[in-house]
Design a protein around this ligand. Sequence first.
Ligand code: SF4
Length: 382
Amino acid sequence: MTVNLLDFDLESLAVYCERLGEKRFRAVQLFRWIHQKGVQKFEDMSDLAKSFREKLGGLACIKAMPVVSQHISIDGTIKWLFDVGDGNVIETVFIPEDDRGTLCVSSQAGCAVGCRFCSTGHQGFSRNLTSGEIVAQLWYAEHFLRNYLHRDERVISNVVMMGMGEPLQNYSELVPALKVMLDDHGYGLSRRRVTVSTSGIVPMMDRLSQDCPVALAVSLHAPNDALRDQLVPLNLKYPLSQLIAACHRYLAFAPRDFITFEYCMLDGVNDTDACAQQLIQRIKAHPGAWCKFNLIPFNPFPASGLLCSKPDRVQSFARILNDAGIITTVRKTRGDDIDAACGQLAGDVKDRTRVADRMARQRTIHIHPVVSEDSTHKRSLQ
Ligand code: SF4
């Protein structure tokens, strides 16, 4: 069977080279050809011995998943759909800005967490991506963009694991992929320019802090457990007090970092002044400037039964947090015309978990009066 070299981080590529009777340092050369130069044909790898190139030609390949479609927005955002087999399609989005180029990468085909406001969550879950499939999104996008933009140097400066899927539910494939992104012989991204976004899988946050402490974003979306249980069902397992404690443990291993809290603005659900005040109470219970907020205007889709907060409400909410000394930004909507904005990544997956059925049955969100703590809220795993 042909081996796809995108599946290997540098260490496993070194082991593979040794198995082929080559010195370990050959792996560094090969790794650079693949990731830094985007070369796909072994015969073009001019500093490798001819015999090694011929060996590789018979045994290995460098191949991303087939591209199902590519859409380019008027604002320069590009969305790719990749076919990951068995009827599953995943999405990857490039977002250009003046000072950076960010790639939003998927980690799973679908997602089992089932957040109410997320179009991927409504698709259900099919399978985890392999580390090669995670890396292939970056490999393909980087080298496509260099050609497309006629650039010799790196185009993608930041990676956010915020596409389809909950990255920490695919931990064993995620970490080797992150290592390829950080490797100086690979993409050489600094750990602050690679962000893992999680809905709050507490034990895996602890593991990531030990194994690969990249920047961490947490999908918060609610100031109390009663509401968060309904918006992010994982909260039933890892409630806010545990989640915030895990954020602080994480920061102990990611010096000079902060946690970014993602907060999707939902009209009449989580966007009141009282919600903002409750967030402030929670954040200020811990000293220092340890987090910032990113408010995300919700992109409505019919199955959600939710609406986006009005623009002036979003601004007021941001002002309340900023006035309390919590750095808060409002995410600019990008790639709207190609459905590439945050929360619109739907792809197309075979739901093997019936998350989609369960969500279809739970249309109503109960807005609890804002209480100062969660002690009165009866917790249950449904
Ligand atoms: S927001 Fe993230 S964790 Fe929640 S359903 Fe969507 S992809 Fe999954």
